[in-house]
Design a protein around this ligand. Structure first.
Ligand SMILES: *[C@@H]1O[C@H](CO)[C@@H](O)[C@H](O)[C@H]1NC(C)=O
Ligand SMILES: *[C@@H]1O[C@H](CO)[C@@H](O)[C@H](O)[C@H]1NC(C)=O
Ligand SMILES: *[C@@H]1O[C@H](CO)[C@@H](O)[C@H](O)[C@H]1NC(C)=O
Length: 409
């Protein structure tokens, strides 16, 4: 397995959640909304490789943590069987990421973090990080009375063979006034190119996946909130949209969806992954039952080459566009083909606007498509990123190991 740990990189705009001080009272009976934001961009080819490396690495971490192979490991080709060699990554693009604010330490310093449902570790820059972290907010353990060095280094390696290095600490972490009193976090002493301010505007990353894929391996922040009884219920809800996006902690915000929630059981508590059903374009079925990893850190829908080819065969004017990156397709910019994905008994319509990632170059009538192929995938699982997630209200129920889907209001 690949030894590196990869996180999706990006540049992002500004965030605004006001955060009460650490230690403020927990709410009695309802969830808490955290406004979240994103910025879109056309540089999607980078995301595919980063996504793949992140998923592959977390499967290796799962095996280390649990002693068992991840059940979806067969969905990734072994190195020898891969169609293409990895190209070195040149991380100079802007992807899109969802991010919001948290606070760390007794000083309750506020940090922006990318919320990533397909990883499980939290890190921000250490105050001694120096030039590579310049422009990002950094955390100074000596200014925070409760901070504790755990004596454990960490290394998060990346596809371009740079890495985030640092030390593990524990401290108070708060999000929207909900407090995890003892939370392991990484303080980075070095940020690689892709995390530097010009390329990645949040200060750090907060994984919303489960403990079994955590590199540090103590409980990730959301699980700590659960174990410390800070949440009304062990659930978060997500609305991802061009405006009014929200991470809702401790339940669902029922003003943001209509009708019933359709539930699908998770296959393991590692990634948020479950079976999904039919995938159709223009009314015709293009792929059968398989698993999906639901990933807020990925922009597109990513599948195996054959499955993706079948999807695009149903879309008039769609073309493979390897000149823009391995696995990329273009669609006519006036594309309006209906595409649906079934999760359990629920049909989620992918709006043409969300499937269209914009012109490949200014003024072009060819637009980047919202689905792409990764030749390292066998077809056992697909990765459903923003292009899927922004078309449905999602409920991430850790207590019952299931995901819910409801029609956006
Ligand atoms: C639910 O979402 C609405 C619309 O964004 C927002 O105004 C409201 O404050 C949210 N509910 C809670 C309990 O935060
Ligand atoms: C929601 O679920 C309830 C109870 O199962 C059912 O009676 C109702 O018809 C459902 N509503 C919709 C819109 O499917
Ligand atoms: C746009 O797509 C058409 C086919 O749909 C193709 O002939 C043309 O070369 C493409 N242009 C660009 C700039 O990729």
């Amino acid at each position: 397995m690949h030894p590196s740990l990869t996180l999706v990189l990006a540049a992002l705009p500004i965030i605004t959640a006001a955060l009460p001080l650490a230690g403020s009272p927990q709410p009695a009976s309802r969830g808490i909304a955290v406004p979240i934001f994103k910025r879109s961009s056309l540089r999607v080819s980078l995301t595919i490789q980063h996504t793949f490396r992140k998923i592959e690495n977390r499967m290796a971490v799962y095996e280390q943590n649990t002693g068992k192979q991840h059940p979806l490991a067969g969905g990734i080709k072994q190195l020898g069987e891969r169609d293409t060699a990895w190209e070195p990554l040149s991380i100079d693009g802007h992807n899109e990421l969802w991010y919001g604010s948290i606070s760390i330490g007794t000083q309750a310093d506020s940090f922006t973090v990318h919320f990533d449902t397909a990883s499980s570790d939290l890190f921000v820059p250490f105050s001694g990080c120096g030039a590579t972290c310049s422009g990002h907010k950094s955390y100074d353990p000596s200014a925070n009375a409760n901070s504790k060095a755990l004596g454990m280094p960490f290394t998060l390696e990346f596809g371009d063979s740079t890495s985030v290095n640092g030390e593990q600490f524990s401290d108070v972490v708060s999000i929207a006034g909900l407090t995890a009193h003892t939370q392991t976090l990484g303080l980075a002493t070095n940020y690689p190119y892709g995390f530097q301010m010009d390329h990645f505007s949040p200060d750090g990353v907060m994984g919303l996946g489960f403990e079994s894929i955590s590199v540090y391996n103590p409980t990730p922040p959301f699980q700590t909130l659960i174990s410390e009884d800070a949440l009304t219920s062990p659930v978060f809800g997500l609305k991802l949209a061009s405006s009014g996006s929200e991470l809702f902690l401790g339940g669902v915000n029922d003003t943001l969806f209509t009708g019933n929630i359709t539930w699908v059981s998770l296959s393991t508590t590692s990634f948020w992954h479950a079976h999904f059903g039919l995938f159709s374009a223009n009314g015709a079925r293009v792929a059968g039952k398989r698993q999906a990893i639901f990933d807020t850190g990925t922009q597109q829908i990513i599948g195996n080459p054959l499955g993706i080819e079948r999807l695009f065969a149903r879309i008039t004017g769609a073309m493979p566009a390897p000149q823009y990156g391995d696995g990329i397709y273009t669609i006519p910019c006036d594309f309006d083909t209906p595409i649906s994905i079934w999760v359990g008994s629920k049909e989620v319509h992918i709006s043409p606007a969300s499937f269209n990632l914009g012109p490949v170059s200014e003024g072009s009538s060819n637009c980047t498509a919202g689905a792409a192929a990764d030749s390292s995938l066998t077809g056992e699982f697909w990765i459903l990123g923003d292009v899927f997630l922004q078309n449905v209200y999602t409920v991430w129920d850790a207590g019952n190991a299931r995901m819910g889907f409801a029609t956006l209001a």
